[in-house]
Design a protein around this ligand. Structure first.
Ligand code: GLC
Length: 448
């Protein structure tokens, strides 16, 4: 009995010890907490999907979608020569758009590294006629302009033999080999070490592709078939650059060691895509919504689903009302330029933000429930109510848990008539000509 108990205690100690060694009980460093605070206030970032796939003008999934064999796809780097690429111009554009950070694909699912990597020759420096490390010039331009740089890093890989067992995608790509998973994990660690060593201070790492290794029965996801070794990957990042924020687009609640949470093509807690993260899985970390400027992440020549500036502003404001940043994506062309129509919308957003930025940056989610026609952000005892529908004559707010002391039109600071009762609040807009994009009302409240 005693022996059994002793062995039990021993086993427990061992299990707890192992769990500890595997990174259980992650405590973010003070630098990391400060970076989270910064990120939480940043509001708006630029997502960039750029790779050798851009040449084909059919999105970043083209290798999978067209079942391009490894041999054929390998020819693409030979055509990648972005002579019009100008890192400073990208960064200036992001700045003029009112963006505070950039997240760029360092390596996407096609397995091609857009940076100088010593652990593969399948990278931009060794395999393209361009021969230059675009992440390096981007990192330098960002540093100069005080824009933070994050790296998107794909966990999923359609190219390497050691990405084995293979996942659910890329199954029709001819020529994939079979290697050892441990080698793949070691490769990722080596590349992450490069990304966190050779590019100065990094905002963070944006992982993607986790879901590739989840079983799928046609209806729902099952268990993971591999160990991603997140404890080691995340641990390495935090060890090399404690302020670097770790996020993972796994569509789950946050896992141990993650510093921010992203929501792909959905506002936090919504599920219009079918892979949305449920509301009860929203973590107590900074949030980020990512969305495309048209309908594609990577350059897509024939994608005409360009969102209007009005739609984009609405999405930015809605994300802010959900307490989240917006990471808005562009897919630069293979020559290194950003599509002119996208540049134009971004600059128009920047113009709008010059006036209305204070109602977006550094704001929190407000106590008012978001509504189709109006959403609200908050700064201390001020609430910024964004009226997104110019047809609204009277704003009806139900369930207002705070006492409202005044309502003004943000532009003119003119006072507007309102009534508050136990049924909610009504604000009369009949004296205003509403803006076709967004009319902002500034409410002061007494119990912040
Ligand atoms: C999805 C896609 C990927 C894209 C990402 C951006 O995960 O697989 O191509 O990079 O979304 O959110």
């Amino acid at each position: 009995m005693k022996n059994t108990f002793l062995s039990f205690v021993l086993l427990l100690t061992l299990v707890l010890g192992v769990q500890h060694a595997r990174g259980q009980g992650y405590t973010p460093s003070p630098e990391n907490l400060a970076a989270r605070e910064w990120f939480d206030q940043a509001g708006f970032g630029l997502f960039i999907h750029w790779g050798v796939y851009s040449i084909l003008g059919d999105g970043e999934w083209v290798m999978n979608n067209q079942n391009i064999s490894i041999d054929e796809y390998q020819k693409l780097p030979g055509f990648f020569n972005p002579i019009a690429f100008d890192a400073e111009a990208w960064v200036q554009m992001a700045k003029a758009a009112g963006m505070k950070y950039i997240t760029i694909t360092s390596r996407h699912h096609d397995g091609f590294s857009m940076f100088d990597s010593a652990v593969t020759s399948y990278d931009i420096v060794e395999a393209t006629p361009y021969k230059k490390d675009v992440l390096k010039s981007l990192a330098e331009a960002c540093q100069k302009a005080d824009i933070k740089l994050f790296f998107y890093y794909s966990l999923l890989d359609w190219y390497r033999d050691d990405y084995f067992p293979r996942g659910r995608t890329g199954t029709g790509i001819p020529g994939r080999g079979e290697g050892k998973w441990e080698d793949y994990v070691a490769f990722m660690k080596a590349q992450l070490r490069e990304l966190l060593t050779n590019y100065g201070p990094i905002g963070g790492i944006w992982f993607d592709g986790h879901w590739d290794q989840k079983k799928w029965d046609g209806k729902k996801f099952g268990a993971l078939q591999v160990d991603w070794h997140y404890d080691e990957l995340y641990g390495l990042i935090h060890e090399l650059q404690p302020q670097a924020l770790v996020g993972n687009n796994h569509h789950l609640g946050i896992l141990e060691g993650e510093d921010f949470q992203m929501f792909e093509k959905d506002l936090p807690g919504k599920n219009t895509t079918g892979w949305g993260t449920p509301e009860d899985q929203i973590g107590n970390v900074p949030l980020e919504v990512c969305e495309t400027i048209n309908g594609s992440w990577g350059f897509n020549l024939q994608d005409r689903r360009h969102k209007s500036t009005r739609e984009l502003i609405h999405y930015l404001v809605k994300a802010a009302a959900y307490g989240s940043n917006l990471l808005l994506n562009v897919g630069p062309m293979p020559n290194g330029e950003i599509q002119p129509e996208h540049k134009k919308s971004l600059l128009e957003m920047g113009d709008w933000l010059k006036t209305y930025g204070p109602t977006v940056y550094g704001t929190d989610k407000s106590p008012l429930t978001p509504h189709e026609q109006y959403v609200a952000t908050r700064k201390g005892n001020r609430i910024f109510l964004h009226v997104l529908d110019p047809q609204v004559k009277i704003v009806h707010l139900e369930d207002v848990p705070v006492k409202i002391n005044s309502v003004r039109h943000y532009d003119t600071q003119k006072k507007l008539p309102y009534k508050q009762s136990r049924f909610g609040v009504q604000i009369d807009l009949s004296a205003l000509v509403l803006d076709s994009t967004d009319t902002i009302l500034e409410l002061t409240i007494s119990n912040p």
